[in-house]
Design a protein. Sequence first.
Length: 375
Amino acid sequence: MRFSTKTVHAGRKPDPYTGAISTPIYQTSTFVFDDYNEPKEHDYSRTSNPTRSALEDALAVLEGGNEGFAFSSGMSAISTTLHLLSLGDHVIASDDIYGGTHRLFAEILPRFGIEFTFLKLDDEETIINAIKPNTKLIWVETPSNPLLNVTDLEMIGRIGKEYDILTVADNTFATPYFLKPIDFGIDLVVHSTTKYLNGHSDVIGGAVITTTKKLAEDIHFLLNGLGTNAAPFDSWLVLRGLKSLPARMEHHQKNAIAVAEYLYDHPKVDDVFYPGLESHPGYDIVKKQMTGYGGIVSFNLKSDVKTFLNKMDLFFLAESLGGADSLVEHAATMSHASMAPEARLKAGITNQLIRLSIGLEDVDDLIEDLGKGID
Ligand SMILES: *Cc1c(COP(=O)(O)O)cnc(C)c1O
């Protein structure tokens, strides 16, 4: 099956009891045993639930992994994944990553004896030099949040195999429609399903997709042990959103290209960060590993940020991304406020940086609205 067929059909079959074409929401905590020591397929909804399983199966198929796991948020998927590590382990991570991930890595996990090195993951030698005897994991976000930097996943996968280090890619921005990290040798894919996979700004969720039986067992053991699972209704919403993923991503991207080109030519705009622009420093890598560029555009504004934000009507000032509604946010005070100011500046996140999540509106209306803000 091709990708768009999989988004409609993967993980789903008509309900055997009623024929319902929509996977039922099994809003239940527990499942009655057949007999002494004879549970049915599911016994308790933290451990597994049929609605969640349908979503998990779909996610595994779409990413090309062996199993998928659905979590209560992107951060709960990420926290659970980091529990694969133990006291004394070391992690190499990209320096411009989602603010919440940075906070977990810089401020929470070090208290439990896990060490982190934050790097620009654009040079093989620099990465290899950062590897220590206790390095157990490399964490990549590509394209990254909020600067849309891209990392060569084939290189990361190769380093991981050579040095026996687990590699993880946060694929929230690209989605499997545009990028499949597992094809490049990455071991684990994580998502905030809150964003494009659900796509309607009405759920908080996360996912992990694994590539081996051992990783699947370990992630499920941790999900169940930590209690970080997704709820049945939230799973159903993401499953529903997935059906239209290809159609939505095409539309997001078409609008985003037009917006990026408009901003690129605008005299009051400094730098535009969009993987689909030939001026993007990682354009060659984008061409090599992605089949599209996504719907997020960031840029440095020359004029006053507050005035810009107040003048627009369509772009709502809000965190998050990947929904039908276009959103604008100021990374330094919003999505990346949880990063220390020095870490932000080192990563290139200035006070003039604006991030746009381009929605599904008519692009001419979006450009007119941006024009009001900028002019
Ligand atoms: C939003 C986001 C997260 C965190 O996900 P939540 O669902 O908000 O917990 C992680 N990574 C990236 C790239 C994100 O954009």
